[in-house]
Design a binder for this molecule. Sequence first.
Ligand SMILES: Nc1ncnc2c1ncn2[C@@H]1O[C@H](COP(=O)(O)OP(=O)(O)OP(=O)(O)O)[C@@H](O)[C@H]1O
Length: 380
Amino acid sequence: MSKLEVQNISKRYDNKLAVHDVSFTVNDDELFVLLGPSDSGKTTILRMICGFEDPDTGNILLDGEDITLKESAVRNIAVVFQDYGINPTMTVYENIAQGLRFRRLPKAEIELRVHMVAEMLGLKEKLSRATRNLSGGELQRVAIGRVMVKDADLYLFDEPISQLDPSTRRRTRQEILMVQRIKKKPGIFITQDHYEAFSMANHIGVISEGRIQQIGTPDELIQTPANLFVARFLADPPLNIVEGYIQLVGTRYQLRTDSLSMSFPPQWTPLLSRLGPQSKIIMGIRPNIIVPEWGINGMGPAPRVMMRAQVIHSGPLMGRRTVILRVGQHTELLAEFKDNVTIHNGQPLTIAINPDQIFFFHPRSEELLNPTAQSVFSLH
Ligand SMILES: Nc1ncnc2c1ncn2[C@@H]1O[C@H](COP(=O)(O)OP(=O)(O)OP(=O)(O)O)[C@@H](O)[C@H]1O
């Protein structure tokens, strides 16, 4: 059994807080993906786990043992960094075998392990080749081979596939998952690409500006993003962000934007009254929840707000149609319609949105206000 526990680690470089109070746990046999934009602190976290940097505060436990201040050389961790760390003067065989030689394993065992890994990664014919002559995809596999031959307590992959073409990336992802399946140890994979994260992770930690924004399964992050950053970062096509104002009318709050108005159900009143009178509120509208007039009957008994819109632009996208709509005076919405119906620029269109499917965010903290949205409006 191995388990990695990262507890409240922080790291500051000069004036920059690169990592702030980060905590997460990765269980045996689990691949945890750290997902975030450039400069968000992902590599710094990995470097602290490996022992190449010391955290200013916090602890790192591997298998219950506190390794925070242990020398990196004695931590039994296998890692693929962005630059692969391959020695160009050595052959493929020597590169893969290097870590085992450091551990003074018997020559016969090293040979057996290197050949097994080379077979799995399709590198058998290339073992005697100099690594300087290899393609990007082959170098990648040598780097994965180097971690695969080891019996480590933890496996780390720092954006190892960002430079590769799409089909090599797919193959490399499969190889990393294979390492995970065979070794049955905790693993961390770093990426900026949410598709990559979704296709590999058991759990994802979304990070921005050194802080973990949310940890969850891919489904949890999509259905209930903790805040506006997570909702936007994971949205493709992009999330429509519409600002509105709330106003108490009698005992119920109403929402007004330049294009729509609707009443919040009574159970929202305590929550909204904490925002203050006539507060701003931020809405996140996913393009695929906008229903065109010919689809409105198909919404069944679901609640809906209707809007008049005008088509500004429309284009086909693999059997669907993306449409830019103008609603109200100034608001543009990106919509994604399932049917590839012909739509003309300038065409007026009635659209409907089920308000249960709109994300509402706090105007200052940007936290999600309606994590249980699916049932709230339908009670209304
Ligand atoms: N040794 C260092 N000295 C000073 N600043 C550093 C050092 N290492 C990292 N930083 C800063 O810390 C912040 C986080 O960097 P880090 O490399 O961890 O981000 P990242 O999310 O891995 O980015 P990328 O995806 O681009 O690799 C950045 O602003 C970076 O400039």
